[in-house]
Design a binder for this molecule. Sequence first.
Ligand SMILES: C[S@@+](CC[C@H](N)C(=O)[O-])C[C@H]1O[C@@H](n2cnc3c(N)ncnc32)[C@H](O)[C@@H]1O
Length: 272
Amino acid sequence: MNNEKSWHSWSRNLWKTGEDRWIKRNGQDYYYRQQVVLPAIREKLSHLARIPSIIDLGCGDGYTLNELLDDQNIPFNDDICVAIIDISKKQLKIAKKLLEKKVRNLKVVKNDLNDESWTELIKGYEAPRIFMNIFVLQEMYSVHSFFSNISEVLEKDDLLLSIIVAPEFACNLSEREPKMAQIGKGANFVKDWDWAAKYPISTSPSTIYLPYFHRTMLDYKKIISKYDLRIVETKYLQVPDNQEARNIFKTTVYKEDIVGVNSSVLMCIKKK
Ligand SMILES: C[S@@+](CC[C@H](N)C(=O)[O-])C[C@H]1O[C@@H](n2cnc3c(N)ncnc32)[C@H](O)[C@@H]1O
């Protein structure tokens, strides 16, 4: 594959292949969300004075946002405006069903995050606006348009919370896991990633593969600063090192190697 369009179709097709199983994915992934992802986001949101608007960019099935909205320690306004955006109609349908029960002002938007039209839909949302973007960037064959769009809408008090698979963890996994063989090295077109792979997320033999495009933290930093944005905090996130986690992960492709290691990274991003 030697052009961006074919990598884009490769990633979309890979998603479509696993999508039905992603929706029914197993307890290991939910455990990861509960123990790693949610505490990291809760910690950032509970320090704020109030949250009148939240926008989930690449919301998937809405699980993470739904859990957050139930948290009494996060100062969401009662009449909070929520927008959920995803490229997948199927995921949005599930997310909508989950969230419409508790949010009166809900916008459901099917859009590619690289396409700037989504930015129009949230104009008028009250600040400070929280943008969430959980495990999406490493799936995108280019993140330039994404950050350009964010830069257009992000105002001084707004915050983008972006979580990605830790680049170092992905390198390590691809070295020891044959299923995650690197592909796409040495392509001769302008791209913002170094190698691509099919990222296995679940237990073999029914492993789901998601597209993975490898960028280092320095790559992200350079791209982000190009668009008048800055990373105000980078926090590596770990699966807690305990017996429960060991039991849950021992049957997956990650085995116990994921316990206690930096497996994902939270970037807090603001306008420069
Ligand atoms: C790994 S899932 C994560 C979903 C959700 N944020 C979560 O943490 O559970 C990645 C999501 O990003 C969406 N996605 C990937 N590339 C996208 C793009 N270019 N534009 C919009 N959504 C995209 C996928 O459809 C999928 O729902």
